[in-house]
Design a protein around this ligand. Structure first.
Ligand SMILES: Cc1cc2nc3c(=O)[nH]c(=O)nc-3n(C[C@H](O)[C@H](O)[C@H](O)COP(=O)(O)OP(=O)(O)OC[C@H]3O[C@@H](n4cnc5c(N)ncnc54)[C@H](O)[C@@H]3O)c2cc1C
Length: 427
């Protein structure tokens, strides 16, 4: 197995990872950026046959290409951390080890998927999941789509669906009118966001609305929503749900990075003013440190990139920008906090762990995640708790323990590289 070296390794090529690499590049350091997606861009600038990349995405991609000391490895996953400064990686062809002097984690966030009656029917996806499917080429022309959950991602998903020819028949936001109006009133502090909000405004948008159930024989046929005090049923072909984002902390946790304290929403990787984590030489930026949008991810990534190559002065110059977007993130968190009623969506027979068919009622008397795994097989299936773990954390307050390697499914030959000799490749 080959052992490669780099001065700076960046995991994740979303806005945070791209900005970190571009900020660090003038130092001359050898930089490697890896990402499990086929092209740089992360969640917001996901490429595909059904995607039209905005100019900002092109700008950052071009910037990555301009620097000869940045090597981008797309389609590459992290499998394990064989030693303190090494990661075991795998792409479609091979597995290899990569030794780094500094590491920046820019692993982003994923959607919080929550169970409700009918959520396993074909046609139900995440809100961002629907966007990703459309960008990958899923035809939705003429389909009726209901989008439900919370936060601005619902409007972004609606815009993507509509641009692809779907008919968005309802956007159900669980936050109250007062909360959403308060958010809208705060937007002039971030003028770009105010303009974006106007362009995304939608006549089908309803506040204080949450999903009750999805009906259908073999796929989605209708959606029952609670809108204020009454229930309505809407005919639909697809349902896309987004209940907010969960920071992707698995790699950071596997390495031993500390998390932010509980009680302030989803736990995220803890960082200081330089974006340094609790571990020496490991930094983190973007939504793995808490959600807050691409502008915050870009500011944090820039600071992390400068700090990781010792350019503290340049890093400091971006602190004000970061503070501005941190304030936006805090406003988002306050305005779209999930109401306690969302915890009541699952019924006793609603499946929570869809890999192992574990219903909500089977989990109600478990003392925690390990108990649920050992005695109810929750999280023991193919996804290894990636979906139901977050749901259980939200529904029951359980915190899953730090993940163990392999971090993602891997080929036997790659895993064998953990034991075998290495050929040193100094690039
Ligand atoms: C599904 C989804 C859709 C979204 N759509 C929008 C939208 O339309 N508009 C909007 O304003 N915001 C959207 N967001 C929010 C958006 O994620 C952020 O604003 C922004 O993309 C965050 O940038 P980031 O660099 O922190 O993370 P991301 O953009 O999430 O990038 C992280 C990257 O790291 C990669 N990665 C993670 N772990 C590993 C690993 N172990 N090995 C290799 N690669 C790894 C991921 O594949 C990803 O490409 C979306 C979020 C999600 C989860």
């Amino acid at each position: 197995m080959t052992l490669e070296h780099c001065d700076l390794l960046i995991v994740g090529a979303g806005p945070a990872g791209m900005a970190a690499a571009v900020a660090a590049a003038p130092s001359g350091a050898s930089i490697v950026v890896i990402d499990d997606n086929p092209a740089p861009g992360g969640q917001i600038w996901r490429d595909g046959p059904g995607a039209t990349l905005p100019p900002a995405a092109r700008k950052w991609r071009d910037a990555l290409e301009r620097h000869a000391n940045i090597r981008v490895r797309s389609g590459t996953r992290v499998v394990a951390a064989p030693s303190r400064n090494q990661l075991l990686l795998e792409d479609a062809e091979r597995g290899w080890r990569l030794q780094w002097n500094r590491l920046i984690l820019c692993t982003g966030a994923r959607e919080l998927l929550l169970p409700f009656p009918g959520w396993t029917l074909p046609g139900v996806t995440g809100a961002g999941g629907l966007q990703a499917l459309i960008k990958a080429g899923l035809p939705v022309e003429g389909e009726r789509v209901v989008i439900a959950g919370s936060g601005p991602l619902l409007l972004a998903a609606a815009a993507t669906a509509r641009a692809a020819g779907a008919k968005v028949v309802r956007i159900a936001e669980q936050a109250s009118f007062a909360a959403v109006a308060g958010f809208a009133a705060s937007l002039p502090r971030w003028p770009g966001k105010a303009v974006q909000a106007i362009t995304l405004a939608d006549a089908q948008y309803r506040t204080s609305s949450r999903i009750v159930s999805v009906q259908g024989a073999t796929q989605v046929e209708s959606v029952r929503l609670r809108q204020g005090g009454r229930e309505v049923e809407i005919e639909s072909d697809r349902v896309a749900c987004g209940f907010g984002l969960v920071p992707n902390t698995q790699l950071g946790r596997m390495l031993g990075c500390a998390l932010t304290p509980e009680g302030i929403g989803a736990q995220a990787l803890a960082v200081d003013a330089r974006q340094a984590t609790s571990l020496a030489d490991i930094y983190a930026a973007g939504e793995c440190t808490g959600f807050g949008g691409s502008e915050r991810a870009l500011a944090q990534g820039t600071i992390a990139g400068h700090a990781a190559v010792g350019n503290e002065g340049a890093a400091k110059q971006h602190e004000r920008e970061r503070a501005r977007w941190n304030a936006f993130a805090a406003q988002l968190g306050r305005s779209f906090a999930l109401a306690p009623a969302i915890r009541q969506m699952p019924q006793p027979d609603t499946v929570v762990c869809r890999c192992e068919d574990v219903p909500f009622s089977a989990l109600a008397d478990c003392s925690g995640w390990t108990d649920a795994k050992l005695h109810r097989r929750c999280g023991m299936g193919a996804c290894q708790g990636r979906v139901c773990g977050d749901a259980a954390q939200f529904l029951f307050g359980w915190t899953p323990p730090a993940p163990r390697p392999p971090l993602s499914p891997a080929r036997i030959a790659t895993l064998a590289g953990l034991a075998g000799p290495v050929d040193v490749d100094r690039q």
